[in-house]
Design a protein around this ligand. Structure first.
Ligand SMILES: Cc1ncc(COP(=O)(O)O)c(C=O)c1O
Length: 380
């Protein structure tokens, strides 16, 4: 069996979930802020089905996914929890009524970010004699999808006229929630508050208002409303250094492999493609069957480190699609079959996705999501 695997610790997920819950609701369980666990992109690379099952068992009120394909796949293992689809509805190749009937059958909650979508869902739900649950998306500044907050009131009034839609929620999404500079996030929030106030005055009641992703949960208290939508925090990482340690989190994934080949090479021997690394002495090189095809970035070539038996060993040369090589030194205790930690942490070493993200000049989100499908997920 391929020794490369992602070990995912569901106890740590529980720890992170409870840290978020305590933070938003207060230690004594004050308040009733709901939690929508964000499990899109295969639960940020952790495996959507198992992570979702665990979140539901912990009491998560909603699961958030990016698109209808993810939602349908998720429904097969989560028969009756709320699944909110953040993405747009792309009219499928199926006949529209068959498509809407399928989405209704899977009992999904749609995001409505345009009148077109509202009209489409209303019309076909009506023909099926059903109501479609929707959350209205408001663009307060991210400029991704959503009704422009300045013109949203009229559109929402219109949507209230659609009798086959059940307007369950309204939400927005921040552009800079994790930043130490809160000015733009506050600007977005104020625009959202103004709209909510207009709706309230007009008697348009929407039960679930939400806006907070991980950054906002830690950074912007007034953003909680009725529900928060944590993603990254669940997986054990902070969205920025500014927010580090506001709550206690534990990274839940350890990306591991094993040393499966060791050789001794002469001094001045080049290792791997492009000859970017040369040994200085006669020394040992270990080969590990993980590469960028597994989602371990080529950017770590020659600068990354891997943990074996509590020690860190440098990556020697270019990371290839299926292999990387480690410089084990002139004398080495490392043996074939030894476990290798590439991402995550053990008692001695920290190689978290946040640390790797700095090396690769990216964000921990991208490091986690990159872990490829071919890497077996093992749940602990
Ligand atoms: C609409 C929406 N809500 C919540 C999240 C969760 O974000 P985070 O992982 O920063 O908590 C995302 C992810 O990008 C999102 O797109």
């Amino acid at each position: 069996m391929n020794p490369t695997r992602a070990e995912i610790d569901l106890k740590k997920l529980e720890h992170n979930y409870n840290s978020i819950k305590d933070f938003i609701r207060g230690k004594n369980g004050r308040g009733k802020v709901k939690i929508c666990g964000v499990v899109k992109a295969n639960a940020y690379g952790h495996g959507i089905q198992e992570i979702s099952r665990k979140l539901i068992s912990l009491g998560a009120d909603y699961l958030g996914v990016a698109n209808y394909d993810e939602a349908i796949k998720l429904r097969s293992v989560i028969p009756d929890s709320n699944i909110l689809v953040f993405g747009t509805l792309i009219h499928s190749k199926l006949k529209p009524s068959a498509y809407v009937s399928k989405l209704l059958k899977y009992n999904l909650i749609a995001t409505v970010a345009s009148l077109d979508t509202a009209k489409f869902l209303d019309y076909y739900s009506g023909r099926l004699g059903r109501k479609f649950k929707v959350h209205i998306k408001i663009d307060t500044g991210l400029k991704r999808i959503g009704f422009d907050v300045k013109r949203a009131f009229k559109n929402i009034e219109h949507i209230f006229g659609y009798k086959n839609l059940e307007i369950e929620g309204i939400y927005t999404h921040f552009a800079t929630s994790e930043s130490g500079d809160k000015s733009f996030a506050k600007h977005q929030l104020n625009r959202f508050y103004d709209l909510l106030e207009m709706l309230r005055k007009a008697g348009m009641k929407i039960p679930i208002v939400h806006s907070a992703n991980s950054g906002a949960i830690l950074n912007i208290k007034d953003s909680f409303f009725d529900m928060v939508r944590p993603g990254l925090l669940l997986y054990g990482y902070y969205p920025s250094d500014d927010l580090r340690n506001k709550i206690d989190l534990k990274p839940i994934m350890n990306l591991k492999s094993k040393v499966t080949y060791i050789k001794r090479v002469d001094a001045n021997t080049s290792i791997s493609y492009g000859r970017k690394f040369f040994t200085d002495k006669r020394s040992f090189i270990g080969s590990v069957p993980i590469g960028y095809g597994d989602g371990y970035w080529r950017a770590f070539s020659n600068i990354g480190k891997a943990g074996i038996g509590g020690r860190l060993y440098p990556i020697a040369g270019t990371i290839t699609m299926d292999w990387l090589m480690l410089y084990l030194g002139v004398k080495s205790p490392v043996r074939i079959g030894d476990d290798v930690l590439l991402m995550g942490s053990d008692d001695e070493n920290y190689l978290g996705a946040d640390k790797l993200a700095k090396i690769a000049k990216t964000i921990p989100y991208e490091i986690l999501c990159a872990v490829a499908d071919r890497v077996q997920r093992v749940y602990i």
